[in-house]
Design a protein around this ligand. Structure first.
Ligand code: XCC
Ligand code: SF4
Length: 637
């Protein structure tokens, strides 16, 4: 075991190097923050108004409430749902930006983007009720764009979000209506939630949580339309074979990392890089080599097969290789410290979005009218930097693992259809009914240095696989598996139980791909958790039961970001048991904690559970799947 809190061998090597040159990484900073303040850690510190921070101090007279009289449950509930608002705002703003560009494509106003997947455009249009018969593609695209933008703008509270109602089944839609959490407009529900949690507004923790769930459903709509419109613009993922880990950085090439979340610019960088190989060669390099970090990395991996360099907690370490010529970042999960790390080397940090700048970094403002120009300028900057690279400082860990990725729901259906052309999802539900596999688990979310980097992700994956659970993955969790060599066919042989092996063998025989299917199906970035929920909804439809009855669990083994809280919350609303591998800051109020971990199950069928221990968490997930299978079997009798 490494002296550092990571299981990644390449990361360990780079942490040694960081130590040598005296660069303090996020691993050092995480240590410096210990011990944490108990009030903050348990959620009972309120900073919502300037009279605060107020803490709950039960031993002092008057100390059991905030200055305004807010009880622990109000404070905890407000803090929790404000995470959801932050997360949903991030996802949805990303979705809105894609929708804006999508509209301009439909109007013929931009030259660097086009409609790539017309089949998906037609499918989405039909699903959301846009007329397609005999109409021009661009007219259909425009209607889809307008509907997408209306999701944000709607203020009529009698309306319902299209991307919720049209992609969820009727039992869930009714559940959302009955519990008053069906949103009408994305912006409205986020603004309302901030209003609801202002000082002196809502004191009722249950009402606050329901406001939070409404915002979380807005998050689903923002994510789903981001995924749909990105697929239509850039193509829907198909299986690709590539590699992961720092060894994907090449000593003889101009290396550019694509980091962040929004594919609008990175996708164009991929196209530009193909055209600029010669320019790089003229500078003495063997070509341009792109690698991905975090979800921008996942986007370009799914569609273009760009290798993964690393995930969230180890982003600084990609720079420590000394061979990273430029790191291009857009939004979300970008540590400001990459700029400081870059100072030790020749690396150029390039920010690209108006809301995301880092002092001292280059800023190439993204503008859809000049996307290709910007992409080329960025690559030229990297080529220039390459010329200044200090060869003596280059040290790339010789670690790379084969990755088979690119499993959009469409790609998975294409495989399932070869076994069952009529009802593709029946391939999965039949295997569950036959007891071959126990169910499906989605491994999602971030890294969190309260634990050991990537340990929970990979341990839970192995444990669930051993117990014949079919695995889906997104986000930094997917990257953790890829980095560790779990996202390929070899890992199936090594870690899958007998049933899961049989299931995979059948899929492999049908799929007829050159590579064997991987232990977990990489469904994309975090906004692509909408694909995961579509998978679950399809299972429920196939089984003819409510979402809350399907053998399906979700795990965010190292959750960190506000977006992860939003995703977790809507998963619970959709009826999914949701494991979180860190203790959530809801434990400061027994009442709120009970609502989200127990009472939620009575209302939605889904619930949270906090379990930092990967083995215990896996055991609990297997138990949940078995229990749901048992109940389904009883129902049939
Ligand atoms: Fe960020 Fe999406 Fe979390 Fe990774 S998984 S740390 S949110 S990059 Ni989304
Ligand atoms: Fe304190 Fe109430 Fe202000 Fe929160 S809202 S900081 S509990 S006075």
């Amino acid at each position: 075991m490494s002296e550092y809190k990571t299981i990644d061998v390449a990361a360990t090597q780079m942490l040694d190097k960081a130590k040598e040159i005296g660069f303090l990484t996020t691993f050092d900073r995480a240590k410096a923050q210990e011990p944490r303040c108990t009030f903050g850690n348990t959620g009972i510190c309120c900073r919502i108004c300037l009279q605060g921070p107020c803490r709950i101090l039960p031993k002092k007279p008057g100390g059991n409430k905030g200055v305004c009289g807010a009880m622990d449950y109000t404070i905890v509930a407000r803090n929790t749902v404000r995470y959801i608002a932050g997360g949903a705002a991030a996802h949805s703003d990303h979705g809105r930006e894609i929708a804006e560009t999508f509209l301009h494509v439909a109007e013929g106003k931009v030259k660097d983007y086009k409609i790539t997947d017309t089949d998906k455009l037609m499918r989405v249009a039909k699903q959301i009720g846009v007329e397609t018969e005999g109409r021009d593609i661009m007219a259909i695209a425009k209607d889809v764009a307008m509907l997408a933008l209306q999701e944000f703008a709607e203020v009529d509270e009698s309306k319902e979000l299209t991307w919720i109602t049209k992609f969820s089944n009727e039992t869930r839609n009714q559940k959302f209506r009955d519990t008053t959490i069906m949103p009408s407009g994305i912006n409205l529900s986020l603004a309302k939630l901030l209003h609801q949690t202002h000082i002196g507004v809502d004191a009722d923790p249950v009402n606050i949580i329901f406001g939070g769930l409404k915002a979380a459903l807005s998050d689903v709509a923002g994510e789903h339309l981001a995924t749909d419109l990105s697929d239509i613009l850039f193509g829907t993922g198909v299986p690709v074979v590539t590699e992961a880990n720092l060894g994907a950085i090449k000593a003889d090439k101009v290396n550019i990392a694509l980091h962040g979340h929004n594919p609008l610019l990175s996708q164009v960088v991929v196209t530009a890089a193909k055209e600029m190989q010669e320019e790089a060669k003229a500078a003495g390099a063997a070509g341009v080599n792109l690698v991905g970090i975090c979800c921008t990395g996942n986007e370009v991996l799914m569609r273009e097969g760009v290798p993964i360099a690393t995930n969230f907690s180890t982003q600084e370490l990609a720079i420590m290789t000394g061979a990273m010529d430029a790191m291009v970042v857009d939004v979300q999960c970008i540590m400001p410290s990459i700029r400081t790390a870059a100072e030790c080397f020749h690396t150029k940090i390039v920010t690209t979005m108006p809301i995301m700048k880092i002092p001292g970094a280059y800023h190439f403002a993204f503008d859809e009218q000049h996307a290709m120009d910007s992409a080329k300028k960025i690559i030229r900057l990297a080529i220039e930097a390459f010329k200044n690279r200090d060869k003596d400082k280059v040290c790339i860990p010789n670690i790379r693992n084969t990755v088979v990725a690119g499993f959009s729901l469409e790609a998975m259906y294409n495989i399932f259809k070869k076994i069952n052309p009529e009802s593709p999802m029946k391939v999965v539900t039949d295997a569950i009914a036959a007891g071959e596999i126990k169910g499906v688990a989605a491994l999602i979310g971030c890294n969190n240095l309260k634990g050991t980097h990537d340990f929970n992700h990979t341990t839970i994956a192995q444990e669930l696989a051993k117990n014949d659970v079919l695995l889906l993955a997104t986000g930094c969790s997917a990257q953790a598996h890829a980095l560790a060599g779990l996202m390929n066919g070899e890992a199936v042989k090594k870690y899958a139980g007998e049933g899961l092996k049989k299931f995979h063998a059948r899929l492999n025989a049908a799929a007829g791909l050159t590579a064997e299917l991987p232990l977990m199906f990489h469904m994309g970035s975090c906004v692509d958790n909408s694909r995961v929920q579509d998978f679950a909804t399809a299972m429920a439809n196939e089984m003819g039961v409510d979402n809350a009855d399907i053998p399906f669990v979700v795990s965010a083994p190292e959750a960190m970001s506000e977006k992860a809280v939003a995703i977790g919350a809507w998963n619970v609303a959709y009826g999914n048991p949701t494991h979180v591998g860190v203790i959530a800051p809801t434990v400061g109020s027994q009442l709120v904690n009970d609502v989200v971990t127990k009472i939620a199950e009575d209302v939605f069928g889904g619930f949270f559970f906090w379990e930092p221990d990967a083995h215990k968490a896996s055991a609990r997930m297997v138990e949940i799947l078995e229990e749901r299978n048992w109940k389904n079997a009883m129902r049939k009798k």
